[in-house]
Design a protein around this ligand. Structure first.
Ligand code: URA
Length: 231
């Protein structure tokens, strides 16, 4: 019918428009693709990550720096085969300057142990290194200001697998309008490094009444373990 034709025509015009804006590099339509890191070349990892952590602690690249008690660069092994990336520090992390040490952190610590790793053997960090006010989702501008730190951490540590916790972290590696239910559970590629998106531990805790969510996280982590040779 003619109504369907009109709808189809409109859809095609909107698609053309979006493609045009994307071609112009309009990050306000869809997040512009982040260039994956070059292959690892770094020999002296501590010589890179040490100064990076110091730089993060005194960083003023975005307005989040004004509201922090402590910046939270990340922690763990500089040779970690496995990296976890969350969204940003919460109140406990801001107070202590360490990632994932609050309630969500305790759950993440249990997950890491269940995967037969210790926190010291993996590397744990976030998209933004300073706490957003009221724990709101970081703005894209804040994530972009902080992005060089995470890219350098990834390039230097060169883990075999990155687990992206929740939508904000997953957006960094695989920008998409899809939700976590669709994105979780399938390995993605980020410049030759495998990325496994899974639900954020805070989301698991908010849905404690629905054991299916925890089970899905565990399925995702078992895939990571299998890839890393843990059984
Ligand atoms: N939630 C996060 O995303 N990161 C932390 O470090 C703590 C809680």
């Amino acid at each position: 019918g003619s109504l369907r034709d009109k709808a189809e025509e409109l859809r095609r015009r909107v698609e053309d428009r979006i493609r045009f804006l994307q071609d112009l590099g309009a990050g306000f339509v869809f997040r512009t693709e982040i260039k994956p890191p070059a292959p690892p070349r770094v020999q002296d990892k501590a010589g890179v990550i040490g100064p990076l952590e110091a730089a993060v602690r005194s960083c003023t690249l975005c307005p989040l720096s004004a509201g922090r008690t402590n910046a939270v660069p990340g922690e763990g092994s500089y040779d970690a085969p496995l990296m976890f990336v969350g969204e940003g520090p919460g109140a406990d992390e801001d107070r202590l300057g360490r990632p994932f040490v609050g309630r969500a952190g305790q759950l993440l610590t249990k997950i890491i142990a269940a995967m037969q790793f210790t926190r010291e053997e993996v590397y744990i960090t976030n998209i933004v290194k300073c706490r957003p006010p009221e724990n709101r989702t970081p703005f894209r501008s804040e994530a972009e200001a902080c992005q060089p730190y995470l890219l350098t951490q990834i390039r230097t540590i060169a883990p075999r697998v990155i687990v992206s916790l929740g939508k904000t972290a997953t957006d960094f590696f695989v920008p998409s309008t899809a939700g976590m239910s669709d994105l979780r559970g399938t390995f993605q590629d980020f410049g030759g490094i495998k990325v496994m998106p899974t639900f954020h531990p805070s989301y698991v805790m908010r849905n404690e009444g629905d054991p299916r969510i925890k089970r899905l996280v565990w399925e995702d982590m078992k895939q990571v373990m299998a890839f890393l040779g843990k059984k």
